[in-house]
Design a protein around this ligand. Sequence first.
Ligand code: ADP
Ligand code: MG
Length: 333
Amino acid sequence: MKAVKYAFVAATVFVLLAVSFFYSRREAESVVYTRQLMGTVVELTLMDGEAARFDEAAEAAFSEISRLEGIFSSYRDDSDVARINAAAGEGLVDIRPETIEVLREALLVGSISDGAFNPAIGALGKVWGHSGEKGEVPPADEIKKLLPYVDLAGVLLREHESQAGLKRKGMAINLGGVAKGYIVSKAASVLEKKGVTKAIIHAGGDMLVFQRNGDKPFIIGIQHPREKKLLGEARVYNGAVATSGDYERFFIKDNVRYHHILDPRTGFPSKGVQGVTLMAKDPTEADALSTAVFVLGPEKGMALIEKLKDVEGVIVDENGRVTVSSGFQGKIY
Ligand code: ADP
Ligand code: MG
């Protein structure tokens, strides 16, 4: 009998309330748009700006998200990711400018996290599924055979030539831990171009808030990784909030929780952390770093957060113990 359950809970952080009534000028009515994209629910809350164009702005943002999803997806044969993987061991392929940006961030976070974040994790997709969706525990020896292909140094990026590649056949990249943050930032640019001056963009564990002349922060609720309650709140004026958790995509087998964030050293779901929420200026950085900190664990993960400028965060370890970074602006209940 297969005692495997696959669970998927989309929303991990959400906005508690956005204080608007103190403004001297009346804001537009907030309008919320939702769409199923990138394997999650994308929610756009348009709060101020040219309200008559909100529908058009949301539509344009959704099409941009959909276009970018096609570039980074591990599930589509014609994505840049799939083309790089198909050519593994056979040289470099031409990639789009967007892929250069995402790969650059992936390699940077890979390097500052000592390989805890590793885009070459794609080699393990064969046995776990690209985001753990196979729902079965692969034999340990099969995983062991794949580990040499989870090789950060074997991911080649030639920015000037707009090319990327993988050193050896059997290697593969997966940008699932960083692309969503990048896509959220691009969606925000589209909204701003369409006259939106204040908005919340939320896609699974990645969120970005912006406001052009705001003097009040957004208050963002941080979901508790185990209980149906909030862990706390964060105050953010403009910036990103990213969450990585073992409660988003997982299955339980023989009382062990198998989730979608893998430890590149073992090839198994990483241990020690239940959830990480990070605040940073840039959503791409926040997304990759939250995955990195999750893998690094509470001590090394918090040390990395403290080392980085303008990055703050909250880590809940495997026993439910909460650690908060020194500059965290918010409240843990
Ligand atoms: P989500 O995508 O659910 O918001 P994360 O941002 O934490 O959560 O990214 C998890 C995804 O990142 C996985 O589904 C997988 O595609 C990829 N991934 C898993 N482990 C790693 C890792 N150690 N380094 C880089 N990417 C990873
Ligand atoms: Mg991430």
